[in-house]
Ligand binder design. Sequence first.
Ligand code: NAG
Ligand code: SF4
Length: 568
Amino acid sequence: MIFRRLALFPITVTAFSATVMTKKPTGTSFLPEETIARAKTGSPIEKIKLEKDGSAAWVDVYEYARKIREGEMTWEEVEKADLDTRLKYVGMLHRNKRTPGQFMMRLKVPNGIVNSDQMRFYASCVEKYENGCVDITTRQNIQLRGVRLEHADAIIEGLHARNQTSFQSALDSVRNVVGSPLAGIDDQELVDTRALCNAINDLISLDPVTQTRGNPAYANLPRKFNIAISGSRDDYAHTHINDIGLVPVPHAQSGVMGFNVVLGGYMSIKRVAESVDANMWIPADRNSVVTLCEAVLRLFRDESDRKDRQKARLLWLVEKYGVAEFKEAVAKEVQSYQRGVTIEDAQPLPTTPFQRRELLGVHPQPQEGKMRVGILVPVGRLSATECRQLADLADQYSGGEIRLTVEQNVILPNVDATQIDALLQEPALQDDSRFRVNPGLIEGNVVSCTGAEFCGLALIETKANAVAMGQELEKLVKVDRPIRIHWTGCPNSCAQVQVADIGIMGAPARKEIDGKKVAVPGCKIFVGGRIGEDAHLAIDPVQEAVPLEDLIPELVKILKSEFGAVDV
Ligand SMILES: *[C@@H]1O[C@H](CO)[C@@H](O)[C@H](O)[C@H]1NC(C)=O
Ligand code: SF4
């Protein structure tokens, strides 16, 4: 890819006029003729991308923001394809249905590590909007809610000044790179994922020529793409539901630490699939990891479906090749880069017993006298005030550092053991606050997507229901281990109901009221998803069309029959 990219410049410099010379490459410039031909007859989104490249948004967003601010135009006058589609290339998703004129702004937080200054900046970004708030997502990421286009440039500048970006975080982009939330503070760690996540984030969103944010090489992918790097046997990163999952394991002969590669896991309306074992192993160094991702992304970008967006995910391409043939194609691609990277066969995973560890609560670190403290943030929702409270706690106790988890919670790392009592007595962690260090085993493990409050696709309200029902269940039953209840508003399954112990997915339901059947908010229930080494997706619902108002008794039944719950 790099070669193709460089080749572009000599041609433009010698053969074209000065105006063409200064023209930057777009996402489409990287596509082979054959791919462009398929895109031309492809899905409506492909046509929008060809008409004007998504990378144009990296410049346009500044123009639009300025013009709206200066009264030259209104947001309604922004070209529709820019407003609702191309602005996603700067991470701005127009919430047209629920909050017209307002955007969700999705960041990139490689490995889920933020600092207190960034947290305070998020607070300052959203507090000017009545409904503004910040969400921690199931990709260890941050989403700012309520954003208006006239403020977008200032937010982007603020992020870039703070070592973050929102570029290439939505639509057909590589999503936030997920790593281990315990990287560097874990006595069971196999690989420290931090530098690797950052390197992949840079591969995707840093222009290798100008060293500015926005990399056109990945600005016209066929579809979204997820990468997760696990750092320990816990698989906190959920490798099995990502397009590329790296599973840490040493090489059996040499003992060199590396990763088995699993490919193609994803969830969508039409299909939910666990990753397949790609029978590849690479060493856990930066060069190998970046090169492997680059090779898979090149094949994905140029060869995946451009017509049917349901079939444009990586797994379909792997299946089209066959797993062994896809491995060969990746190996050949990697070889063509001539970076000394070789792909070996997958290495045997350990068979000794392993207990997946908890992230909430106070736990020792391998560093003498240091503790990590996992704090529940109910369904990942943070007000501006709460962002500042977290920032203050981090400054006081964890060197300003805050880790985000895919369970939408936070971890304060490196807290002095001598400071734990003081931390636990902080007003922000007491009963009248939403934060909890030792929540109940049900309420502490609730995960939820955005739902009807902001998301136009939602069939039900999720976050408020998820929190309320989690608390209600705590009053009704007792369990002896964490029970993970996930809520998702529609079949897109952003909250990954298929990995949950109990998954609630918004769905139509009917109920008899005054002798008449009427439509009411309802759900499907999934049971038995597993995470960690023994991961398993619960693909089929066990119940459908359950009215939400009847859900609590159903959940109590399931908790008792499947999870050993007893009455309080
Ligand atoms: C953040 O800093 C790291 C380390 O200097 C750098 O590699 C990376 O490119 C920066 N990321 C962003 C988004 O600025
Ligand atoms: S699962 Fe559906 S409702 Fe929930 S955030 Fe995703 S698209 Fe929206």
